[in-house]
Design a protein around this ligand. Structure first.
Ligand code: ATP
Ligand code: MG
Length: 272
């Protein structure tokens, strides 16, 4: 796979390095006020540490609170209790050094594929010829060459999701938050995207929180899998994945991989 160009640059208001781990999420709790005056507790006492460059998957059943947790980390949602710290600073709103791939592609329908991907560079005033080259390179890597000038409505759901992925990767974020980004892709494309994500992580050392329902996806990608409980979400257990990087497709069929799958299934209550 081609290596993509571009160097890591510090944003003018970039996060300062600190001695504590990259991301520290402490005792996060989220209660939603419902229309009838009652509350729904989506997350309860959830604590997690994300090291610089680490890729953690958040694996859990539907409706347990994964998206809510990711939105809190992204600063898009306020926790009812607890604290999100990134590089030593408390986070209370969206930060330009973060990139988010939502469960839905959320593309701007009036912009073409390329214009959507370039949007983060525009708001950061970094739309240089080099940035445009990088966007075009990403388009090629995700298999969308030739679609640069098409509009989102002319693409399939899986193609739109790949555009959203390029948009998240175009500006070398420090923290990549991904919410089931490959759910709409077929198996083959999904595996290609896994290797693309891992090669970009290896090159940029970006820290990643990756939400998924898929046990095998979580294991293949991650340094560590955090298995969520049913709602209200808390972390049931953590599985350190000691398969070496770069990960290879054949590892999916190895004994270690199967052992991790079994352990995750047990923690999810699928098998005993
Ligand atoms: N704005 C909101 N107001 C009230 N309840 C909400 C709100 N957002 C989420 N919830 C509730 O919080 C719980 C967790 O939702 P969340 O979207 O975080 O789950 P999830 O783990 O991402 O699920 P899925 O895997 O299906 O995407 C659900 O019961 C949901 O109904
Ligand atoms: Mg979700």
């Amino acid at each position: 796979m081609t290596a993509i160009t571009g160097t890591r640059e510090q944003a003018p208001d970039g996060l300062a390095p600190s001695s504590e781990p990259f991301g520290v999420f402490t005792d996060i709790e989220k209660r939603f006020a419902l229309g009838d005056g009652s509350y729904l507790t989506a997350i309860e006492k959830l604590s997690l540490t994300l090291e610089k460059g680490q890729l953690i998957s958040l694996l859990g059943p539907s409706g347990c609170g994964k998206t809510t947790f990711l939105r809190i980390v992204a600063g898009l949602e306020q926790a009812s209790m607890g604290e999100v710290r990134i590089e030593g600073k408390s986070i209370s709103g969206p930060h330009p050094d973060f990139a988010f791939v939502f469960q839905q592609p959320n593309l701007m329908p009036w912009r073409t594929v390329l214009e959507n991907i370039l949007f983060p560079l525009e708001i950061r005033r970094e739309k240089t010829p080099k940035g445009v080259d990088r966007a075009r390179e990403l388009v090629e890597l995700v298999g969308l060459a030739g679609f640069e000038d098409r509009y989102p409505s002319e693409l399939s759901g899986g193609m739109q999701q790949r555009v959203a992925l390029c948009r998240a990767l175009v500006h070398d974020a420090k923290l990549l938050l991904m919410d089931e980004p490959f759910g709409a892709l077929d198996e083959l494309k999904r595996m290609e995207m896994h290797d693309l994500l891992l090669s970009i992580r290896a090159r940029t050392n970006v820290s990643v929180l990756f939400v998924t329902h898929s046990i095998s996806e979580a294991i293949y990608l991650s340094d560590m899998v955090a298995v969520f409980s049913r709602r209200p979400a808390t972390i049931r257990d953590r599985i350190e994945i000691s398969l070496p990087y770069p990960r290879q497709g054949e590892m999916r069929y190895g004994a270690d991989f199967t052992r991790y799958e079994h352990e995750a299934s047990r923690l999810l209550g699928i098998v005993r």
